[in-house]
Design a protein around this ligand. Structure first.
Ligand code: GLC
Length: 795
């Protein structure tokens, strides 16, 4: 079934049937003031930390409640409904609604009984409060009296678990106050009051652009003995002007409208963690809500659409375009900014950045905003320990030069991470390379950055130490030891087990490093010898003719041999053999074909197969998951991006695109019940063929899938491959495409690219015409580019 469509002109996903199989969500604001809002206005808000700064209550994994509710009541009949379909859930034959999820805002446009409401939710740029703009329009020929109720359910405590479970304490620490236009929640009012009498923990919920007719700060009064579909105050037509003292606080404000035929009125509810003085100042700014909201929304859209503007593609496949131009790109920014902070799955308990996650997330936005990427990349380099490894978890409070590390108990106690992973710092190589290639800023390699614990060095020095860390943590075959995990969190190989995936990563890193250290012949020689040795081991010990094995256990036994009964074929060693350029073209064709034959499903490639049931070993932690799920034979989505990229690099455009389509959220727009989560957002994994629910996806929004699929599409399928010297354009596309166009800004220059595929080939273009002059395909040096360029690529 289909629940909505992509409106690419507005860069919005429009949900026309709100009865979606899961709460389809959107992100507002930033982790400084973050808000998640669903198709039915469910969700929560927080300040700085989803776990420790929660200000709106939300019950996970339940009924998508509470939410940012706006109720409308017809004063003549007593009939009432909500601006979002739920919580009141009027019959959809009579209640017409659209939920428009946009770039950092969500709007509900609903019509019921001759009244149109528009409820717009957003967090203004650089602000730490949220706005719910509500406009009500009388579409009938007669005057109407409508009452509007806004409802926000505050937490009693910033620590969301305390709010939910420690009720012998948290139910007795709040009270609410009413201040003319807003409700103020006090928490531990008399604990450490500041000189001005505030604590800094107050929250407010206010109404601007209309006078409050009634209010309550008590959830028990607002709801009575009912639930959100029939709150007592809405049934009664008024709140009773009561305030809480103990129990559950809320902000509920009601105002009345008299609307002539055709008349429309606008007001705004405002919410944030603010003192009484700050709240008053914010309320004043919205005295004329329409004006303020219009300009704030325009600013928000300008910013986000500006962020997405560096690349625009137009292909024969509109769902590919919607993902690359808007939704995958917006998700890349969301993972870049939010990391794994908070979603409807992540509660905000991971109090920092995962090293590998963030270094990979950065890759997803380099082609759109390389300078923003650089800032975070510099930050992550400063989270490398002096011996070259990455800190497994980089605290939000990271203070480079002064951090403790997994060698110290204090770090382990605070973060729960006892040791290093084999892959963390190796992600720096492709990320630094992509940044330098996009910008041409080779001077970045000489920029001085501190290490996490002590010392400082240039970016080049940081990378050298990363290589040093890997080279001093090799296992018995001379391949990188798997340590606490490689990319796969469920593969614990220790100091004696070895990972082919990381071996290919290291091989790739060694080759990138050769380019970065051209003026150091001795070091280049060292890199070359190390790379050659590694590739020899990979070929001699890990290649089985049609696949690379996954590695070695600490006992020396092979993982992922074709002889094995379980887990005999793994995806990542195959894709990474190709991405790292370690595989010969013949090997590439063979291993990619085996992956296709053994791992592919209608919903993408399984991470491995068959899943572990009986033949696992101690370090194979994925056995904890049901077969066909997550790392145990699920269709892990992040590796789909690598498979797309590998096929594209091998010149297999048909296969690359097939893999894109199989796992792309947008492919499930018409079959959304199978996939369950949002058709505009990648998830962490899809259940594989051993699950009775094959095709169902999980863990929406905050996942490394966003960046790898983006890179797979942009570098792989579209073939936009910047290098430090310039840019190569080498698409790998479906052979049935006649061609496509791209508009790209590259180092401040405009590229209008037309790809002509009337020959119906799938990869490796024949000719490139740059501003009228024909040339062989390959890197176009930056110096050959004008300000404005017409590039024709003939396949
Ligand atoms: C999760 C983790 C990521 C890991 C992946 C595979 O997505 O966030 O760090 O690489 O699982 O185990």
């Amino acid at each position: 079934m289909k629940y909505g469509y992509f409106d690419e002109k507005a860069r919005e996903y429009v949900i026309t049937n709100p009865n979606t199989p899961a709460p389809w969500a959107n992100y507002l604001g930033s982790p400084d003031y973050g808000a998640i809002i669903t198709v039915n206005a469910g969700g929560y808000s927080f300040v700085k930390s989803g776990a420790a700064g929660r200000i709106l209550r939300y019950i996970f994994n339940q009924f998508d409640e509470p939410g940012r509710y706006i109720y409308l009541r017809d004063e003549e009949t007593g009939d009432f409904w909500s601006a979002s379909w739920k919580p009141v859930s009027k019959p959809l034959e009579k209640y017409h609604t659209e939920c428009r999820h946009g770039t950092s805002y969500t709007e509900f446009i609903s019509e019921y009984n001759g009244i149109r409401s528009r409820a717009l939710y957003y967090v203004p740029m650089n602000a730490t409060h949220e706005v719910w703009r509500i406009s009500v329009e009388n579409l009938t020929e007669r005057p109407r009296k409508i009452s509007v109720f806004g409802y926000a359910e505050f937490t009693t405590e910033s620590f969301y678990t305390q709010d939910l479970v420690n009720m012998q304490y948290t139910q007795f620490i709040t009270k609410t106050e009413f201040h003319d236009s807003f409700i103020l929640e006090q928490i531990n009012e008399f604990n450490y009051p500041r000189p001005d009498g505030t604590t800094g923990r107050e929250r407010f919920f206010g109404l601007a652009g209309a006078a409050v007719d009634s209010y309550t700060g008590r959830r028990e009064q607002f709801l009575g003995r009912n639930r959100f579909d029939r709150p007592q105050a809405v049934l009664d037509g008024k709140c009773d002007n009561s305030l809480n003292y103990n129990g559950n606080p809320c902000g509920a404000l009601q105002f009345s409208l008299e609307l002539d035929a055709g008349q429309k009125r606008t007001a705004a509810f405002l919410l944030g963690q603010k003192t009484v003085f700050e709240a008053k100042a914010i309320m004043d700014r919205y005295a004329e809500p329409e004006k303020t909201v219009d300009s704030e929304l325009a600013e928000l859209i300008r910013y986000w659409h500006g962020e997405l503007a560096n690349l625009k593609v137009s292909t024969p496949d509109k769902s590919f375009d919607a993902m690359v131009n808007t939704w995958n790109a917006f998700q890349c920014f969301t993972t870049f900014v939010w990391s794994r902070a908070a979603s409807l799955v992540y509660c905000g308990e991971r109090n920092g950045y995962g090293y590998r996650d963030t270094v990979q997330d950065i890759q997803g936005i380099i082609h759109l905003d390389p300078e923003l990427a650089r800032k975070q990349l510099t930050f992550m380099l400063s989270a490398q320990v002096h011996h070259g490894a990455g800190l497994p978890l980089v605290k939000y409070s990271h203070h480079a030069g002064h951090e403790d590390t997994p060698e110290q108990d204090s770090y382990v106690k605070e973060t729960g991470h006892p040791s290093y992973r084999a892959d963390d710092a190796l992600w720096l190589f492709p990320t630094v390379y992509k940044y330098i290639a996009e910008t041409g800023n080779t001077a970045y390699l000489d920029e001085e950055i501190p290490f996490a614990d002590k010392d400082s060095g240039t970016v080049r020095e940081h990378l050298k130490r990363a290589i040093h860390f890997s080279m001093t943590h090799l296992g018995p075959h001379g391949m990188p030891a798997g340590l606490h995990a490689d990319w796969n969190d469920c593969l614990v190989l220790g100091s004696q087990g070895e990972s082919t995936f990381v071996a290919f990563q290291l091989y790739y890193a060694l080759n990138i490093m050769k380019e970065f250290c051209e003026n150091e012949p001795e070091y280049v020689q060292y890199l070359e010898e190390a790379a050659e040795k590694l590739l020899t081991v990979l070929n001699e010990k890990c290649y089985e003719g049609d696949r690379f094995i996954r590695g070695f256990r600490d006992t020396g036994d092979v993982i992922g041999s074709k002889k094995d009964r379980e887990a005999s074929m793994w995806l990542n060693p195959q894709s990474w053999a190709v991405i790292s350029r370690g595989a010969t073209p013949e090997q590439a064709d063979k291993i990619l074909q085996t992956a296709y034959e053994q791992l592919n499903t209608p919903y993408g490639l399984q991470l491995m197969q068959p899943s572990y049931r009986y033949d696992y070993f101690e370090g194979a932690r994925m056995r904890l998951f049901n077969p066909g799920t997550k790392e145990n034979g699920g269709i892990f989505c992040q590796p789909q991006g690598w498979a797309i990229l590998a096929e594209a690099l091998a010149g297999h455009g048909d296969r690359a695109f097939q893999y894109f389509k199989e796992s792309s959220p947008a492919s499930f727009n018409e079959d959304a019940d199978r996939r369950v989560i949002e058709p505009y957002v990648h998830g962490q994994f899809i259940e594989g063929r051993e699950s009775p629910f094959a095709g169902r996806s999980h863990v929406h929004w905050l996942t490394g899938t966003a960046s790898t699929v983006m890179v797979g599409c942009v570098e792989g399928i579209l073939g936009l491959r910047p290098t430090p010297a310039g840019i190569e354009i080498s698409p790998s596309i479906p052979s049935d495409w006649d061609g496509f166009t791209m508009e790209k800004f590259f180092r401040g220059k405009k590229l209008h690219i037309t790809v002509n595929n009337l020959a119906h080939r799938e990869g490796k273009p024949k000719t490139v015409i740059l501003n009228g002059a024909e040339r062989a395909p390959g890197v176009i040096p930056e110096s050959d580019l004008l300000e404005d360029n017409k590039i024709i690529v003939i396949m």
